[in-house]
Design a protein around this ligand. Structure first.
Ligand code: THU
Length: 162
């Protein structure tokens, strides 16, 4: 019996601020920040904003949407993705920007999406046959850019098994 050592290389880019980003990346991050104001987060007080860029040029945003029955809380990323696929069926999503705000303390570093959102993001990529660039930024500060949601969740559950 043999066992083999395996390893993954995770690649992403980090920018210290927005200056080197493309115009569309900047616009999308700004849209994600605008979406923070639409968060309904009376329980956690933690706001998340997401914005998607589609191939038709549309920008679709979403914010977290909480509920007194806590497990019903909806994440910003999935709010935005569900809105995009239902409003623009068949349109490819090329970028997703995600940002967060904690009114109690400034978040100056990128916050990565939760595991459930990663799984959904990967399936969106598979369904549309193309990756989404992922842009992550706190309320301010460094920006992480990843080429695909699969970078965040390499061992995703693959629906093609079903
Ligand atoms: N949240 C998101 O909207 N996206 C994530 O990826 C992680 C968490 C929300 C859910 C809840 O409303 C609040 O952030 C605190 O967990």
């Amino acid at each position: 019996m043999e066992n083999k050592q395996q390893q993954l290389e995770v690649k992403w880019e980090t920018f210290t601020d927005e200056t080197a980003l493309s115009a569309s990346q900047k616009t999308l991050l700004a849209a994600a920040k605008t979406a923070l104001d639409k968060a309904y987060a009376p329980y956690s007080k933690f706001q998340v904003g997401a914005a998607l860029l589609l191939t038709n040029g549309a920008i679709v945003s979403g914010a977290n949407f909480e509920n007194a029955a806590y497990p019903m809380c909806l994440c910003a990323e999935r709010m935005a993705l569900a809105t995009a696929v239902s409003s623009y069926p068949g349109e490819r999503i090329t970028h997703i920007a995600i940002t967060v705000r904690n009114p109690a303390k400034p978040v100056n570093q990128p916050a990565a999406p939760c595991g459930a959102c990663r799984q959904v993001m990967v399936e969106v990529e598979q369904r549309q046959g193309g990756d989404m660039e992922v842009l992550l930024q706190g309320e301010q500060g460094a920006i992480m850019v990843l080429k695909s949601a699969k970078v965040l969740l390499p061992f995703y559950f693959d629906g093609s098994f079903l």
